[in-house]
Structures are given as C-alpha cells and as structure tokens.
Design a protein around this ligand. Structure first.
Ligand code: URA
Length: 189
C-alpha cells in the first residue's frame, strides 16, 4: 500500500511534461488494484480531467456497458491510460509526453501484476506492443510477453464514430472473458 501512496504522490506532483501545467486533475486509474486484468487507454478527456478518473465520459460509458454485458466484475479489472494528464483538445499524446509518463504505468503494472492487459486503441498498442503495428491488423490476436497476455482491440471512442467496429470489439472482449475464466479456474484448482 505504501508503494501505491508513493506512486500517487509522485504522479500528483508530476510536471515532467507540459501536460502537467494544463491539467485540472491527474488521472491515475480506477478499479481494483489486485485485479487480474488491466485495461489501458490513451489519455484523459474532458470529463476524466474534471473528475480525476479514467473512462468516465461517453467512451467510458460504452466501455462499462461492454464490461457489464460480458459479466466482468468490478474486482476483475483496473483501468489506466498511457498518459495521466489530458492533452489539450484531446489530441493524441506526443511521443515525449508518452515516454515521460510510461514509467508510472509500468510501475502500476508491476504493483498490480495482472495476467491480462487489454490495449484500447492504437496509442496503447503503440507504446505497449509495437510502434509500427496497425490496430486494424493486430486487434483480436493474443500476444504473450514477459508473462502477460496482451490483447489489442479498438478504443471505445472509435465505436462511437463507426458502429461496424462493435461486433469486432465484442469478439475481442469475448476472448478476454474466456481467457480470464480459464486463468481463474486454473488458479482455484
Ligand atoms: N479516452 C481514453 O483513452 N482514456 C480515458 O480515460 C478517456 C477517454
């Protein structure tokens, strides 16, 4: 617990990049810190910056619906972002902003030690999986790395713009549900 508090304090005081000067609130994460699954998005939007919590705006509402529909329990996941401060106008975080912020996310992963990491959209995919990959090409395929099962899928905001992605994202999350079930089953046997 001490390490979490230390991490929170470090993030709250962070001015490593210029996003720290324009944020209203730092957005560290929400969910269970001993969850078997982490979901990683891009960065806070307007609502997230106001409330200090990730995925609480329109994209977050859609994500919650998806997680509820597939019966993910609150204790099964923790949600964070590549950057912890809102990029002005919701632009994509710059490379240097993401690189400055990533050590915090790595620390979160180390503390939570999830079995599964879901990359929501191309920014998460870029910094967690592969800078050169394309989300439309690699989504839905498991990648095993350093003991973590990683699933790249669309960002829920992309679904708000393009309904046709809903079925694909649903399929990706069904795979996540199945793997999580099988991991949890193995652990209880
Ligand atoms: N989009 C993200 O990538 N993260 C959030 O927290 C909200 C919207």
């Amino acid at each position: 617990m001490y390490e979490w508090e230390a991490l929170k304090a470090e993030c709250t005081n962070c001015l490593k990049c210029s996003l720290g000067r324009t944020r209203n609130n730092i957005v560290i994460g929400r969910g269970d810190i001993s969850a078997p699954m982490m979901l990683v998005g891009e960065g806070p939007g307007e609502q997230e910056d106001k409330q200090g919590l990730p995925f609480v705006g329109p994209a977050g509402k859609l994500l919650d619906l998806l997680l509820d529909a597939l019966m993910f329990k609150k204790e099964e996941y923790y949600i964070a972002n590549i950057v912890k401060c809102r990029p002005p106008g919701n632009r994509v975080p710059l490379d240097e902003e993401a690189e400055q912020c990533l050590p915090y996310l790595r620390k979160q992963v180390k503390l939570i030690r999830p079995k599964i990491i879901v990359c929501l959209g191309s920014t998460a995919m870029k910094y967690i999986i592969d800078k050169g990959a394309k989300i439309t090409q690699i989504r839905g395929q498991w990648i095993e790395r350093k003991g973590y099962w990683i699933m790249p899928t669309f960002h829920p905001a992309a679904l708000l713009r393009d309904e046709s992605k809903k079925v694909l994202m649903w399929e990706d999350f069904k795979k996540v549900r199945q793997r999580l079930d099988s991991i949890c089953q193995k652990e209880t046997n």
